[in-house]
Design a protein around this ligand. Sequence first.
Ligand SMILES: [Zn+2]
Length: 156
Amino acid sequence: MVGAVGWTIFSQSKADKGRILNTGSAVREFDAGSRVIVDPNLKCGICEFCRKGKSHCKNWTAIGIFLDGGFTRFVQAPQKALHPIRNDVPLKEAVWGEILSCVLGSTERIRIQPSEVAVVIGAGPAGMMHAMLFDAPGAEVVLADTSNVNRQTGVR
Ligand SMILES: [Zn+2]
C-alpha cells in the first residue's frame, strides 16, 4: 500500500507525532502537516456487512495488528481512517480518542441509572474509562482486575 493514492503517511516520531508527512494523490481531506488520530480498524466498505452499515466487516484488517502501527516510526493509513485534531488539543490528550470512542461505542445502548450496579472487569485504560462513564450518572461501580497495580489505580 506504499504510495497508494488514498493513503497518507504520518509520523510517530517524538518531534512530529501525529502529523501527516505525505499524502497520496487522491487524499483531499488532509494536507501534509495536519494533525490526526487514527481509527485503526479498516473496513472494506463493499462486503454485505459494510453495505448494511454493520461493524463486522468480512475483510476487516487493522493498523497495528495486520499492518504496521503504533510502534513504527511512520504509519500508513487510508484517509477514511483519520480524524483531524485541533492544534490546541495536546497530543497526550488526543491519543485517548481512539480508545474512548471504543468505550463510548460499547456503552451506547446502556442507559445506566443512579443506584444501578456496573461491574467492570479489567482496570486498564478502557476499564477505567468504562468505570468513569458509569460513575458519572451515579451508578455503583465494581472494578475487578487481577493486577494489584490496576486495582490500586482504580480506587483513586
Ligand atoms: Zn466489509
